[in-house]
Design a protein around this ligand. Structure first.
Ligand SMILES: *Cc1c(COP(=O)(O)O)cnc(C)c1O
Length: 708
């Protein structure tokens, strides 16, 4: 994650690259020096487009080329974006094309080739090129390993090179062969010969990602750029180029430049990315606009004949337009009024507070490993893990493989430990998504081992809870797990079962569990086994037995600002703040007249005339049905309204006779506070005779989860 965080260099260079593209299309130096302009636009400027491609490759393709991911969602998302951008661009430039008679004399095949390979306006070849290139690489990655794919892209680029800058070196027959190709498309800079190499290069560089060698990369960029200049000038002097988008040195130059940019640790700036895209899209229009206005105002000398001024005004105009477009899109995307019928509000500050408090009592050298199982106790696993990631937490535990996969698909990096059992048929998920599996006993270890892939595991040791884990007495078996050759043991752990209980016997039991775990570690070390990370504290363990130490504290409930039961608050050493509130809408307000019954079973009978409200939330959203018939309350307009009748699956009724002014669309609070009245998860848990953990983990998927 920390590696991913500071890739701002790419964002800043994207803006520079956009201005280079504008330069290619305006020849800024031509009125001063034709040679200078050639060098700037035809050689140096050629780094812009490969840079865009490599960025796409870097972020999108490693999962397919290097990891063979089956999850097509990210690919489809990028495709869709490029495709929509292309559609938008075609739409913008369609009138210009008509005006300049661009389509005149073009047959249907010419039109198709234009749309798939060349772009329908001169700068638009990049978009279909990227779409096609990504498609090609994805298909190749299904049948070949990434090295083979990479070799193919090099080969294609080499062919392309011959149809581009090196065309003049071809013999007559070679030229003829290319001329056949050029019937299909006008250039070799397209989705077949040109874009695949740079896309693949971006993906390959993901493996390097080194923060060191910053200066070396800069030096490499300078040297390879000089060589490319030399190559370009030579080719131009010999007059052999047919086109000049591809050079032999270009890929080399790009590798160094890209490595330099990613080794430059600065925070990302997403607005720059959007602005650059707009500049790319709109600048040809701006060229027409600057030329048109210059003619209209009779200042052609200044803004057309002076190529540099022309360039600067096109850049400035495009930038201003892009800035405006970016700001406008922000305004348009402002969160509107909540439309959800029922939703969970998450308090970011409370989460940060809890993390800080828990860190304060962490044993020396111990890190938080949040338990985000069961959708992070109902809070939303992805939201919680992302926020923790932001705060520098990079280790998580989940209960199931699919929970781990969900996190990975949402871009959570770092360590993800599956605490529970995973069916052998699901083992591929473990390596595909770089998850760490818990070995629950020796037999399971053998099954895992037999799948033939290296898998990272933690060994669970049963020190007295008698749930998952190899019994500590079976010490030999634990050693055997270490010897299984496909298992990479990165940790061992156990779980405490009475750490919440202050009773003397329970304390003694917990201490015994701690001692056993220590003993096992000692024995394993003596045998020469590397235990890796050791951990045994969950929330209660961390709160009451921090002396037990360990490398991780697997905190769940406390992270979310709660304990399992209210009475535990009395001896909790830290102050926690609940992260979650639960809200729903008033759907309808109506009268219930004296003597009338309401809801299923008509169990509630109005003793006098009552005003009631129907709320859009029910047990289908995880609200305990035990709250029916006055055992639970909600807050409306700052006051408590008792739940009447039986709770339904999607609705519930509350009595609002004493709360004036309630109307449809008002907000009701089921968990949370207004002013000084509050309904807590403890209240719900107690009504149901259970613990907060259960109430939270029942909160359903129908609820929208949003930050406050
Ligand atoms: C759920 C779980 C945790 C987290 O427990 P909390 O009491 O919520 O902190 C830690 N370890 C294991 C093995 C678990 O199953």
């Amino acid at each position: 994650m920390t590696k991913e965080k500071n890739l701002g260099g790419l964002d800043y260079f994207k803006l520079i690259a956009a201005f280079l593209v504008v330069a290619i299309h305006t020849s800024p130096l031509v009125s001063f020096s034709a040679a200078g302009d050639m060098i700037f636009t035809r050689i140096i400027g050629r780094i812009a487009v490969p840079f865009f491609l490599m960025t796409t490759g870097y972020f999108l393709l490693p999962q397919y080329l290097l990891e063979k991911s089956e999850d097509k969602a990210p690919l489809l998302a990028v495709w869709k974006k490029l495709f929509l951008l292309y559609l938008l661009a075609i739409f913008i430039y369609f009138p210009v094309n008509l005006y300049t008679n661009h389509f005149k004399g073009i047959d249907p095949w010419g039109m198709i080739s234009m749309i798939i390979f060349d772009g329908t306006f001169y700068h638009l070849w990049y978009l279909p090129g990227a779409i096609l290139g990504i498609f090609l690489l994805f298909c190749l990655s299904r049948i070949l390993n990434h090295k083979a794919v990479f070799c193919i892209t090099i080969f294609l680029y080499m062919i392309g090179l011959l149809g581009d800058s090196y065309y003049g070196f071809l013999s007559g027959n070679g030229k003829k062969a290319f001329d056949v190709l050029f019937l299909l498309f006008s250039y070799t800079r397209n989705g077949i010969f040109y874009t695949p190499l740079f896309l693949a290069l971006g993906a390959e560089l993901k493996q390097i990602g080194s923060r060191k060698n910053h200066r070396f990369f800069l030096f490499g960029t300078a040297v390879s750029m000089s060589l490319m200049l030399w190559e370009g000038i030579l080719l131009h002097n010999k007059n052999v180029s047919r086109h000049d988008s591809m050079y032999l040195m270009l890929p080399c130059c790009m590798v160094f430049l890209f490595l330099f940019l990613i080794s430059w640790s600065i925070p990302p700036k997403s607005s720059l990315r959007k602005i650059s895209t707009w500049i790319y899209l709109i600048h040809p229009m701006m060229i027409l606009f600057v030329r048109g206005s210059a003619k209209l105002l009779h200042v052609e000398k200044l803004f057309i004949n002076n190529s540099l001024l022309h360039y600067v005004s096109v850049c400035a105009g495009s930038f201003l337009f892009a800035l405006l477009a970016e700001r406008l899109s922000l305004v348009l995307r402002r969160p509107k009024e909540k439309k959800a019928r029922a939703w969970i509000e998450l308090d970011r500050e409370a989460l940060h507070h809890n993390i800080d408090e828990l860190k304060r009592i962490l044993p020396e050298g111990c890190r938080l490993m949040p338990a985000v199982k069961a959708n992070a106790y109902g809070h939303g696993a992805v939201l919680m893990a992302r926020e923790c990631n932001q705060m520098g937490i990079t280790e998580f535990c989940v209960a199931t493989a699919s929970e781990g996969v969900e996190l990975r698909k949402s871009g959570i990096s770092g360590e993800i430990l599956i605490l529970g059992y995973t069916h052998p048929k699901l083992f591929p998920l473990i390596w595909r998504y770089h998850l760490t599996q818990t070995v629950v006993d020796e037999a399971y270890g053998k099954t895992l081992n037999s799948c033939g892939r290296k898998i990272k595991v933690n060994i669970k040791i049963d020190t007295g809870m008698h749930r998952l884990g190899e019994r500590w007495e079976n010490y030999e078996k634990i050693c055997n797990i270490f010897s299984l050759k496909n298992l990479v043991v990165t940790g061992i752990f156990t779980h405490l079962c009475v750490a919440d209980d202050p009773e003397e016997k329970k304390i003694a039991y917990t201490k015994k569990q701690g001692e056993i775990f220590q003993k096992i570690q000692r024995l394993l070390k003596e045998q020469g086994y590397d235990c890796g990370k050791v951990h045994l504290l969950a929330s209660d363990g961390l709160l009451h037995y921090p002396d037990f130490g360990g490398d991780y504290a697997r905190v769940g409930i406390a992270l979310y600002g709660l304990l399992s039961s209210r009475f535990q608050l009395e001896y909790c050493p830290v102050r926690l703040q609940p992260v979650l509130s639960l809200k729903a809408r008033v759907a309808q307000v109506k009268m219930l007249y004296a003597g009338e019954g309401a809801c299923y079973g008509l169990e509630y009978i109005a003793k006098k005339d009552k005003k009631i409200a129907v709320l859009t939330i029910g047990y289908g959203d995880g609200i305990p049905r035990a709250l029916s018939n006055g055992r639970g309350h909600v807050l409306i307009r700052g006051k408590k309204a008792p739940i009447i009748g039986r709770l339904c699956m999607d609705q519930m009724l509350v009595d609002i006779t004493d709360i004036p002014g309630v109307k449809a669309n008002d907000t009701a609070i089921l968990i949370g506070n207004t002013g000084n009245t509050e309904i807590t998860v403890y209240d719900l848990a107690e009504a149901e005779g259970t613990i907060t953990n259960e109430v939270l983990s029942q909160l359903g998927s129908r609820l929208e989860r949003v930050w406050k």
